[in-house]
Write a protein that binds this ligand. Sequence first.
Ligand code: FAD
Length: 329
Amino acid sequence: MSGIWVWLEQFQGQVPSVSWEALGVARRLAEAMAGPVTAVLLGHGVAARAEEAIAMGADMVRVAEHPDLADFRLEPYLAVLAPMVAEAQPQAVLLGGTARGRELVGGLAAELGTAALMDVIEVSVEDGRIMAVRPIYEGKLFARVTVERGPALLAIRGRAFPKPEPDPSRRGEVIAVPVDLEASGFPTEVLEWIPEAAGEIPLNEARIVVGGGRGVGGPEGFEPLRELARALGAALGATRAVVDAGWIPYKYQVGQTGKTISPDLYIACGISGAIQHLSGLRGVKVIVAINKDPEAPIFKVARYGVVDDLFKIVPALTAELRRRGLAKV
Ligand code: FAD
């Protein structure tokens, strides 16, 4: 076994930041273990990304191109990636912990008979073995884990690791991997992509998130939060209570049964701070809470708190950002 592999996720040719962050982690591990970093790119018409992967830290890029790989689907991706990993036997395969990455890493673990570590927030090499840290019990504890039988499969948390700076002078090798999927007949098909609202920042990539809970009072109550988010260049988040109420779609949900986020700043508006919501906030650096109830549990985890009506405070914040010329839009 040698070397560290990274699956570079791509959607319509765009690689998410967390894949580059995974490549940065792989570079560090490979240096500690004196092995190469191999990036794996699956898609159709994505080969141009290979040079970028080398600049970002890969020594080698394996590019598998096929029309069936154009859109992410578990079955064809697994059919191509699992045999590649089984044959090369790298010490570890790193993936970004996105919805696709988490799906793929589980499938890979099943195919390869090894373990998948989710939501990894620290990685090191100790006595020649990869050691990962990941939260357990809703983030109440952190487990240090290693995988006895490789390859270790690690889905890393977005924004838990720095994105490497590109170095255009780096040189590496690009290998085209032959793909034979003609007769496979996969059970799923991508019919269409429904674009998100233009200009929205994805929750797991955002540096600032403005979260709304039941305190917003209804779907229209999110409007001042959207305004603030736009002014800050922030993403919008929500609690399950408001998602279940149908006030906002599920993709905004943060928490145990939603997304785990790691922004520098989270502004919680009308959110009580239930443990299931807080478990999605473990990676947040600073929490600011705005809540009418001084006893709300969110104040126990917030660095700054405002005990007041969010409909008074949130528009005032937006107005102040604008007045000081700090608003993005
Ligand atoms: P509430 O608890 O009702 O809080 C609303 C808050 O708004 C109150 O504190 C109130 O004082 C304040 N408020 C009201 N009006 C105003 C105003 N005008 N200005 C300022 N403040 C105001 N929850 C999640 O969020 N994410 C999850 O992933 C999740 N998963 C779950 C999984 C399981 C198995 C279970 C059982 C629950 C899960 N929950 C999850 C639900 C969780 O337990 C809470 O019910 C939920 O987080 C509460 O949402 P909330 O804070 O919006 O609502």
